[in-house]
Design a binder for this molecule. Structure first.
Ligand SMILES: Cc1ncc(COP(=O)(O)O)c(C=O)c1O
Length: 407
């Protein structure tokens, strides 16, 4: 096993293995279409069959005696599941609750807070679209102002994130919403430093960690953030609808679920553990998801995925004659790469987002490759994901498909 030089000096960087030409794991452990090349684990994850089986065992237990299950078994089972997940993300169990997804986690916090006209909420231009919409809604509702740090892309290093973010913070800033790992550009932000910047100024921080669990080692209790939401259904292999919200103890009294229910006023976990009748099986299956990832070996998986990502990125940059838009140390299991000039000029009469959609559909329909095409900063980019079932030849297929325009 060898380590990338950039990884050694920075504890936030992932380590690379010597090679990742073969998949780490047999793809038949997932239900993925065997005819397709799936290079987009990032959007919605992909859940192993074994984890889905564990989820359906929970559903069967529920349906065998719904009243007993919901009333007696679920409260204990849910807290046990939360404790297991908390341990994985470096959190105290009583500070972590389940939510359905990161969108819900972000909305929970934003809609628990109140603002005054003229207050500022700080975010960055690499934020996820739905989160930016939620921020717009909250700003419109309270008369607050959204201040968006313009982080460059291509980017030279994390210091550019810090400089751009520091530049927009003012005495009116009441909340900072920052990503851990960005969606359109797949960048690892220097989160500890961003949190530090905000804390120095007394600004509460909400972290959008949708992509981080499973990719990056997390120590939520010592991070210093006020809230952190993350998905387990992306890179932790949990079923869809399994995500969490962590809140610092001093923020819990002001943080309420989107649906107020029986637990109102009875404490953070009581409020979130019952938000009305729902299927809790995705949350309860977290134990099976964590067992799956542990069986593979968390470090082994990280090294495989990061190495494969770097090899795939290099291959695509060479074949498409592109320049790396970000340093390796800012990457995890995804990378966003520029498309060649001929794709940028393809059907120029159409809006960029429409051209992105058409290229995505072309790759899927003609080449059976699933990969997101991202319109960002006035250009088209392709975002690749690397997961244990992927191997290098799949990215070669993508490079081949992207080397020429459709006939
Ligand atoms: C940075 C970021 N935040 C939030 C989300 C939303 O995740 P979900 O759809 O699970 O709510 C995503 C989804 O890709 C994301 O990339």
């Amino acid at each position: 096993m060898s380590f990338s030089s950039s990884a050694r000096s920075d504890p936030c960087c992932l380590e690379a293995a010597a090679s990742a030409e073969a998949p780490l794991c047999d793809r038949s452990l997932w239900g993925l279409d065997p005819q397709a090349i799936f290079l987009n684990h990032g959007s919605f994850g992909a859940t192993p069959k074994k984890v889905l089986q564990a989820q359906s065992v929970w559903q069967e237990r529920l349906e065998a005696q719904p009243v007993q299950f919901m009333g007696e078994e679920l409260p204990r089972a849910l807290r046990a599941a939360a404790a297991e997940l908390a341990q994985f993300v470096g959190a105290e169990p009583e500070n972590l609750v389940f939510v359905e997804n990161a969108t819900g986690g972000i909305n929970t916090v934003l809609r628990s807070l109140s603002f005054r006209p003229g207050d500022q909420i700080a975010c960055t231009n690499h934020g996820y679209g739905a989160v930016r919409q939620a921020l717009r809604y909250v700003c419109e509702r309270w008369g607050a102002v959204l201040a968006e740090a313009q982080i460059p892309f291509p980017i030279a290093g994390p210091e550019q994130v810090l400089a751009a973010f520091a530049a927009i913070l003012t005495p009116q800033t009441r909340l900072a919403v920052v990503d851990h790992l960005t969606s359109p550009t797949a960048l690892i932000y220097p989160l500890a430093e961003l949190v530090g910047l905000c804390r120095q100024r007394g600004i509460p921080v909400l972290v959008d960690g949708a992509h981080a669990p499973g990719v990056l080692p997390l120590e939520l209790e010592s991070l210093g953030a006020d809230w952190y939401t993350g998905n387990a259904h992306k890179w932790l292999f949990a079923p869809k609808g399994c995500a969490f919200l962590w809140a610092a103890p001093h923020r819990q009294a002001q943080t309420h679920p989107l649906a107020i229910s029986h637990g109102y006023g009875q404490g953070f976990t009581a409020e979130f553990d019952w938000v009305g009748t729902r299927d809790p099986s995705a949350w309860l299956a977290i134990s099976a998801a964590l067992a799956f990832i542990r069986e593979l070996g968390v470090e082994r998986l990280r090294q495989h995925n990061h190495t494969l990502l770097l090899q795939a990125r290099q291959l695509l940059l060479e074949k498409l004659e592109g320049i790396p838009p970000a340093p390796e140390k800012m990457l995890g299991f995804m990378a966003t790469l520029p498309l060649p000039p001929f794709w940028q000029q393809w059907i120029p009469e159409l809006p960029l987002a429409e051209r992105a959609r058409r290229l995505h559909d072309y790759l899927w329909q003609m080449h059976r490759i699933e990969v997101p095409i991202i319109p960002f900063a006035g250009q088209l980019w392709v975002r690749i994901s690397a997961q244990v079932y992927n191997h290098l030849a799949e990215y070669e297929q993508l490079a081949l498909a992207l080397q020429r325009l459709p006939k």
